[in-house]
Design a protein around this ligand. Structure first.
Ligand code: GRF
Length: 203
């Protein structure tokens, strides 16, 4: 069984979906720890409630981004982590870290990449007047919201639907798609060819 670590800075609803799926055995991985750069992240509370180890690393205590990421690497090694799962982690990882864990760091983005990159993707798609938006799970590379795409699902933006309703539907889709995508990657039945993630069986 593969071991994962989840990095989160905020509410942690995606973390919760991962924890719930592990409990139901629909996601067969071991969650070693939840790491955060924000001591007030509700994600840490969710982890504690589930009996999962938490690690808070205060960015202010490190001289550089690389020093911070080296500390993270140490934990990943100690806990024999195979996959890093970003779930609302608001720090950009250093090139050193990305290179070291190439095709082993997953991220979820609440839009259909490469459209609407950045931290306010749902709102940006809404304001732009997109008729279709969705969710992307991708590997992390050196550029933001850019690495090879693991999974994408779309939904229609309903006319006259307020932003908060759209946000709710996007988050629901995230909670469905992320545990499935993690399971697919944890199974190891894939290869990365250029930008393409090629699965050996359909899911
Ligand atoms: C999600 O919308 C995710 O796509 C984005 O950050 C948000 C995190 O939400 N990367 P939560 O903390 O999992 O509730």
């Amino acid at each position: 069984m593969k071991t994962i670590a989840v990095f989160a800075s905020g509410n942690g609803t995606n973390l919760q979906a991962i924890i719930d799926n592990i409990k139901k055995n629909t996601l067969k991985v071991r969650l070693a720890f939840v790491l955060s750069d924000n001591s007030a992240a509700f994600a840490l509370k969710r982890a504690q409630r589930a009996g999962v180890k938490t690690i808070f690393l205060d960015p202010k205590k490190f001289s550089s981004k690389e020093a911070y990421d080296k500390e993270i690497s140490g934990y990943l090694k100690d806990y024999k982590v195979d996959l890093v799962v970003l779930a609302g982690f608001m720090r950009i990882l250093s090139p050193f870290f990305v290179k070291k864990f190439r095709n082993r760091i997953l991220n979820i983005h609440p839009a259909l990449l490469p459209a609407f990159k950045g931290a306010s993707a749902i709102k940006d798609a809404f304001i732009y007047g997109a008729k279709v938006t969705g969710v992307t799970v991708h590997f992390v590379d050196e550029k933001i919201d850019h690495g090879p795409i693991i999974a994408q699902e779309c939904l229609e933006v309903k006319e006259a639907e307020p932003l908060d309703k759209l946000e709710g539907r996007i988050h629901k889709l995230e909670h469905d798609i992320y545990p499935k995508a993690i399971a697919m990657i944890a199974s190891g039945g894939f290869s990365v060819v250029g930008r393409k993630v090629v699965f050996r069986k359909k899911w």
